[in-house]
Ligand binder design. Structure first.
Ligand SMILES: Cc1cc2nc3c(=O)[nH]c(=O)nc-3n(C[C@H](O)[C@H](O)[C@H](O)COP(=O)(O)O)c2cc1C
Length: 376
């Protein structure tokens, strides 16, 4: 490959030209990403998400993304019991916004590729070319077996084989008049899908296992790396970009980050300590069950539980806007990842602060020239 990495396809994002893509993980599920009885209540409603999307659009963030969730974790807070459909919600939010990219999530084991091709082409039309798709293979059996949709005998890696057929079928439907494909999991027979998207929808996946990363490198435009400090993210990001380069492709790398603002750093720490006191033990047990922990392990004080006691489900930074600027700048610089998907304990209060005080500093530190992609 030499030393020149493959060029990024342009998507009208800062990362097209070396900047950082900054977006919002939409709180379409109650409780957001904090497992605490003491966190500000987030109801996961459309009204709340509409306000969040409009704020993200107004302050100049690059994308909003919804997860797809079908079963919560329980506990006193009934964490993630109330969740909106990702694509219905993002379609409406496309109408409510004008600039920010709108990325939905679809499970490859739930939706037929021809249905998904059309859903995303519709999102493209509503959003005037701002559509994106987070591809998820489905990891938690109970979430899908509750609706008879867990493919028995299709293990973790095979679910990525299934996803490969799925996305290749979708890409063909987005570009060809008629598609015939006889795969192991999907069959398309002189299948037609119009209208075509006006511009190539952005594709992202959080396949962080070896097989998941391999799939992502071959088929996606970006990967979500989970967790870790700057050093771990640097390594994971470099690995992902190297694997993609072996396929002659450029890969954007993102991570998640929860931001808790305070008037002072100590005030933010105190707020976090208050969340910690209110840990929803029942929801934590539910999350562990979903993650596949054996019943015998649930309730024990293992490393996972220790980490979860913070109640933050993702890496987080706490402090004044100045502290947040420093931490995020250092993280983005050291890890060399291409962007962050942000979470806030209180989106409505925090997004204006992020827009006024943090975003301008990050844009200055990581400049880019955003060009709209050419429509196909
Ligand atoms: C940012 C991010 C978003 C995700 N969104 C979803 C989602 O909406 N629905 C879902 O079932 N899984 C979701 N996942 C889980 C991933 O799809 C994936 O299963 C997980 O990261 C494990 O990687 P692996 O499949 O390569 O083992 C998400 C993960 C991350 C890091």
């Amino acid at each position: 490959m030499g030393n020149t990495p493959p060029a990024m396809d342009p998507f009208g994002l800062p990362s097209d030209t070396g900047g950082k893509d900054l977006g919002v993980f939409m709180p379409i599920a109650n409780g957001g990403w904090i497992l605490s009885k003491n966190a500000p209540p987030i109801d996961g409603s459309y009204e709340y998400n509409r306000k969040v999307a409009k704020l993200a659009d107004e302050i100049g963030l690059d994308f909003i993304m919804s997860m797809a969730k079908y079963r919560g974790y329980g506990g006193e807070t009934e964490h993630w019991r109330y969740t909106l459909d990702a694509t219905a919600c993002m379609s409406a939010l496309a109408e409510a916004t004008s600039r920010v990219k709108v990325w939905t999530t679809v499970h490859t084991i739930l939706q037929n590729p021809a249905v998904t091709a059309k859903m995303i082409a519709t999102l493209d039309q509503i959003s005037h070319g701002r559509a994106g798709l987070n591809v998820v293979t489905g990891a938690y059996k109970g979430e899908f077996s509750q609706m008879g949709a867990w493919p028995e005998g299709v293990d973790h890696d095979a679910r990525y084989d299934l996803a490969t057929e799925w996305i290749q079928g979708i890409k063909a439907l987005w570009t060809q008049d008629s598609v015939t494909m006889k795969g192991k999991y999907f069959t398309l027979d002189d299948c037609m899908s119009d209208p075509k998207p006006s511009t190539r929808p952005f594709l992202v996946c959080a396949g962080t296992s070896r097989r998941g990363m391999d799939f992502t490198s071959q088929e996606m435009d970006a990967i979500f790396l989970s967790g870790g400090d700057a050093k771990e993210l640097y390594k994971a990001s470099r690995d992902a970009k190297e694997v993609a380069a072996t396929y002659g492709r450029a890969m954007r790398t993102y991570s998640m980050m929860t931001i808790l603002f305070g008037e002072t750093d100590e005030a933010a720490e105190r707020e976090a300590a208050y969340y910690r006191e209110g840990l929803d033990e029942g929801a934590l047990r539910g999350m562990m069950k979903a993650y596949g922990f054996l019943d015998a392990e649930i309730g024990k004080e293992n490393a996972f539980v220790q980490k979860s006691r913070s109640t933050f489900q993702t890496p987080h930074v706490l402090g004044t806007p100045k502290t947040v600027i420093e931490r995020l700048s250092d993280l983005l610089e050291e890890s060399q990842i291409d962007g962050l998907m942000l979470i806030f304990p209180d989106y409505i209060k925090s997004l204006p602060i992020f827009g006024a005080e943090v975003l301008p500093a990050l844009r200055e530190r990581f400049p880019s020239v955003v060009k709209e992609p050419a429509h196909v």
